[in-house]
Design a protein around this ligand. Structure first.
Ligand code: HEC
Ligand code: HEC
Length: 491
């Protein structure tokens, strides 16, 4: 007992001192993050959570939702008074074809207020040093959330080396950036503000200056306090922008509609074969035509209803090619058509078959001690749901059209020592080596080059006919998602 008292007192004193000095440290340096003052924050029951509803997980409720964002009220128990109260909730009707509910980190809960704040920041040029560039400059909603140029132009007309990927459906990416150097939208959003070819003029600490600019705008003060209990910080800005991006979804492509039509038809026919047929494409294209759904029709270059039966057959043939002869689905799989990993296709390789030092891709961004040789020159498999507005293609924008992309794959990509095994004709390589060893005749496709260990690299040619190339392009066009809803655009 005698000892216990002073110990407790000592403990309390230490605790007090510690938290005081922590608070002082944070106050001195609170541009990155701050300790919240909960008294400033809006009560929990007054903030509006966002709930995603997809057709795949709750078809009944999904059918009842009218718009993309649907404000509704629900009954909840007030955490403070423990009484039943009503609160507002926004239900998001997820676009057809996107069934996986976007993941949300627990430390950044989705609320409508945070979404609105993030949207404001996304379009705000004051995140750049000279107030000229916003996220939307390079990821413009009217350009498919990209910038319609080969590589992006940032602050002071500086041209970067990379093609801007779309922000559409980026919530589904396991890794962000072409080399996957960010693991979350929150982490990604902190990059551009300090990137000298995007938003930063190189003077001072990029984020501290950006936070000062946001704080100097009185419109933001209450918004940050109510949402985070802090003034604007790097942490809060990244969280708000990521919240906005989580709702930037695009689906309901002709392919999604045909898959649903096939499912309904199969159920009618008592069948378990849910694969779309030309008649399913024809049905949904006719519906789109009747509704004047120009977005989907333009993607497929349909101007006359008479074109529909032939286009439907072409998309169907293209789908079969994508899954079989052209082997596209060995990397472009799943709801957003990506395996979420990295492959060397030889994009950026010189004519000499050599990989330049600035084209190491995933290998370059992996932590030292974790370098994986299979990732040399590997770039992220991009999703394929928003291709039309996001041209040109590939990480360096080197392919101008979808037809060029298809030619690229038809010749087996660009040969180089580190070409992905899925892009190579491994059987031919083995047959070649065996013939060399045994001194026998080899008649298969010839090696494009040899590795430093003298093994042959034989790119896998697809041997697509001109008609097949057209069909494959039609299928890619049928993946085009709907234009994002107005609520995501600038007010
Ligand atoms: C100057 C043009 C530019 C600006 C401004 C810009 N970006 Fe980007 N963004 C790019 C480019 C280029 C890439 C690809 C860079 C790379 O992979 O190395 C990219 C990548 C991304 C990605 C990753 C997508 C993917 O599929 O990997 C997201 C998400 C993103 N940007 C969001 C933002 C946000 C949010 C902002 C504002 C804070 C922003 N961008 C500002 C050009 C820009
Ligand atoms: C070995 C894996 C792999 C295969 C097989 C593959 N892709 Fe890709 N695809 C990728 C990767 C990785 C990239 C990005 C490469 C880069 O920029 O360095 C890409 C890029 C693309 C792009 C450009 C998208 C954009 O936003 O820039 C399109 C379109 C595309 N692929 C379509 C196809 C089609 C069609 C096929 C089948 C003929 C196919 N892919 C086969 C992995 C693959």
């Amino acid at each position: 007992m005698k000892l216990a008292m002073p110990m407790t007192l000592l403990g309390l004193t230490l605790l007090g001192l510690n938290s005081m000095s922590l608070a002082q440290d944070v106050a001195k340096n609170d541009f990155d993050f701050a300790i919240p003052n909960r008294a400033l924050q809006r009560p929990e029951t007054e903030s509006t959570p966002i709930i995603f509803v997809s057709r795949g997980t709750n078809a009944k409720e999904w059918e009842t939702l009218k718009d993309f964002a649907n404000p509704v009220t629900e009954q909840v128990i007030d955490p403070v008074t423990k009484k039943m109260t009503t609160r507002k909730v926004v239900k998001i009707k997820m676009p057809l074809g996107l069934n996986t509910i976007p993941s949300v980190p627990p430390e950044n809960p989705l609320t409508w207020e945070r979404f609105e704040l993030g949207k404001k920041l996304y379009f705000d040029t004051s995140l750049s040093s000279d107030n000229t560039v916003s996220c939307a400059t390079c990821h413009d909603p009217s350009k498919g959330y990209s910038d319609a140029s080969k590589t992006s132009t940032g602050i002071a007309s500086k041209v970067g080396g990379m093609n801007a990927p779309t922000v559409l459906n980026s919530v589904y990416n396991r890794f962000q950036f072409w080399d996957g150097r960010a693991g979350s939208l929150e982490e990604q959003a902190q990059g551009p503000v300090q990137n000298p070819s995007e938003m930063f003029d190189g003077k001072g600490n990029a984020w501290h200056e950006a936070v000062k600019r946001i704080r100097s705008n009185p419109e933001y003060k209450g918004l940050f306090e109510k949402e985070f209990g802090t003034p604007a910080t790097r942490d809060a800005i990244a969280k708000a922008i990521a919240t906005y991006e989580r709702l930037v979804l695009s689906g309901n492509s002709i392919q999604d509609r045909a898959e649903l039509a096939a499912r309904i038809r199969a159920i009618d026919e008592d069948s378990t074969n849910f694969t779309p047929k030309p008649e399913d494409y024809e049905k949904v294209l006719k519906e789109a035509f009747a509704k004047k759904d120009n977005y989907a029709l333009d993607a497929l270059q349909i101007t006359d209803e008479k074109q529909i039966p032939e286009v439907a057959k072409s998309i169907d043939r293209g789908r079969i090619l994508f899954l079989n002869k052209a082997r596209c689905n060995s990397c472009h799989v799943g709801e957003t058509y990506t395996d979420h990993t990295f492959h060397n296709l030889g994009v950026g390789v010189g004519k000499d078959g050599k990989l330049p030092a600035d084209q190491l891709g995933r290998y370059g961004s992996q932590a030292t001690g974790h370098k994986d040789h299979a990732m040399i020159g590997g770039f992220k498999t991009p999703p394929l749901r928003g291709l039309l507005a996001s041209k040109p293609y590939m990480h360096d924008g080197s392919e101008k059209t979808l037809a060029e992309v298809i030619e690229f794959y038809d010749r087996g990509g660009n040969a180089n020592e580190f070409l992905d095994p899925k892009m190579r004709d491994i059987e031919a390589e083995e047959a070649y080596m065996l013939a060399q060893k045994n001194g026998t005749k080899y008649e298969g496709p010839m090696p494009a080059l040899f590795t430093s260990a003298n093994t042959p690299i034989i790119p896998r040619k697809l041997n697509l006919t001109p008609a097949e190339k057209k069909d494959l392009e039609m299928f890619l066009r049928a993946l085009e998602g709907e234009a994002p809803p107005a609520v995501l655009r600038k007010n």
